[in-house]
Design a protein around this ligand. Structure first.
Ligand SMILES: [Zn+2]
Length: 463
């Protein structure tokens, strides 16, 4: 009997334990792991910039995988006034269930004028809660705020320089002041953009933009200054200019078999070289396709420019040299008496003695040196604010990348590398990404009238 009684008591305890588990431990573990989980909703927010315009977009999402999202609240706080942008509750299927929504995409526009917001600092505030029972059934809360600046007004653009008489193929300088910091500003000549640079004057809002009028300028081209502020508001301003119509000459070059036999082997390894075609076709490929590619790779160096002016006074030219070809000469190439190709010569050819020393035209920084197809060995010097000079067909180069060179420093020796038929220097200049006529830059009075005079006039205005 005693034995049986003991056995009965043991069984009861076992059942009580199971009952306890069923009624207390399992539900409370479930509550602990599901309804009291501690993972907060994840908030991710994107704005195009922390400085925003009159109408701006807020995008992002809120994520809560485990319990689902209960509530999302977004506001803009400015000068103590809170404007609610979004206040949304999300459903659940029941008290013990998680929320029906685990991810809410955020995408809406804020219209500052409609909401009576004013320019200046504001705080974008976001809070999200999930369907846990934490914080007395309120749920886990995530909070996120972002300081923004509301800027609804476009920058004011004031042109400080006066006369802008520019020849086609020539260079110009315009000086302007912006009313606020801008992400981008500069001169547009049609679709060609020439960025402005600040730093020349103490006032960082004053910008210099060197620009080029293409040699084949069309008089219907729009020329203007455009500026984008940090919020993306932009303004546009015209400036007084007069385009001097410059004519360029045409020239015929006869291509001989001797020349082709000498030059063609150098180009065998070029991408797309028509190895199986005739010498004439090979020449046409080099003169047209490769020339285009090479010009592009030279002009790409414009992006490396520094925002300071390295040079001063007139640029120098190869000493004791004769000019063999001009800027923007239209060249017609004949082979066996027939026209086979044409090109525009984007520099000036200067011939001196064989392997003559090549002095740098003005103070600057070496931004490129190496072979460039038809141009052979080439050195590219940055003179600052987008102005660059190139020295091509060199037999030898005697500078290193990033060297600061003074006017007259020897950067190499003339030669026949590339598509040169005889020892000479091909000297070229460009602004940002457009070749310009170097003759202007050799001319001290042109520099005084068009560049230095302007820089000084503005200097005296801002003092
Ligand atoms: Zn040349």
């Amino acid at each position: 009997m005693m034995f049986k009684k003991k056995d009965k008591g043991k069984r009861l305890r076992k059942w009580l334990f199971i009952l306890f588990c069923l009624l207390v431990i399992i539900p409370s573990s479930w509550v602990l792991y599901t309804k009291l989980e501690g993972e907060k909703p994840v908030i991710e927010l994107t704005l195009q910039s922390w400085v925003v315009p009159a109408v701006f977009e807020v995008t992002g999402f809120v994520d809560d995988e485990k319990s689902g999202i209960k509530k999302l609240w977004i506001s803009l706080l400015q000068n103590g006034k809170e404007t609610i942008l979004l206040d949304e509750d999300y459903s659940t299927r029941g008290f013990l269930q998680k929320g029906t929504v685990t991810r809410v995409p955020i995408k809406f526009n804020v219209d500052a004028k409609k909401m009576n917001l004013s320019d200046g600092a504001a705080k974008l505030r976001i809070a999200a809660w999930d369907y846990t029972w934490r914080d007395w059934w309120k749920g886990n809360r995530s909070y996120f705020e972002k300081d923004i600046i509301l800027d609804t007004k476009p920058p004011v653009l004031s042109v400080l320089s006066k006369q802008h008489n520019v020849a086609n193929g020539g260079s110009g300088l315009v000086i302007y002041k912006l009313s606020e910091p801008c992400s981008q500003s500069g001169v547009f000549v049609g679709d060609e953009f020439f960025p402005g640079h600040s730093g020349y004057y103490d006032d960082q809002d004053i910008h210099l933009a060197f620009f080029a009028i293409p040699f084949d300028y069309d008089k219907n081209t729009d020329i203007f200054i455009k500026a984008f502020d940090l919020a993306g508001n932009h303004s546009r301003s015209g400036f007084y200019y007069y385009i001097i119509n410059k004519k360029f000459i045409s020239d015929t070059i006869n291509i001989s078999d001797n020349f082709l036999n000498w030059k063609l082997p150098e180009f065998q390894t070029v991408d797309g070289f028509p190895s199986d075609k005739s010498s004439k076709d090979k020449f046409v490929f080099i003169n047209k396709e490769l020339r285009k590619r090479n010009n592009q790779s030279i002009l790409d160096n414009g992006k490396k420019t520094d925002s300071q002016i390295f040079w001063n006074n007139a640029f120098g030219r190869l000493p004791n040299s004769a000019r063999r070809a001009n800027f923007a000469d239209h060249r017609v190439y004949k082979y066996n008496g027939q026209i086979v190709s044409n090109a525009v010569h984007m520099g000036i050819d200067l011939a001196s003695v064989k392997h003559a020393e090549v002095p740098v035209a003005n103070r600057g920084k070496v931004v490129f040196l190496g072979p460039v197809g038809i141009y052979g060995n080439l050195v590219c010097i940055d003179h600052g604010c987008g102005l660059m000079s190139i020295y091509a067909h060199l037999s030898r180069m005697s500078v290193n990348i990033d060297d600061l060179v003074a006017k007259g420093d020897i950067i190499g020796y003339t030669g026949t590398s590339g598509l040169a038929g005889g020892d000479h220097l091909h000297f070229g200049m460009f602004i940002d990404h457009v070749f310009v006529n170097p003759v202007e830059w050799w001319d001290a009075s042109w520099i005084t009238n068009n560049i230095n005079g302007k820089l000084e006039t503005v200097q005296s205005m801002v003092q």
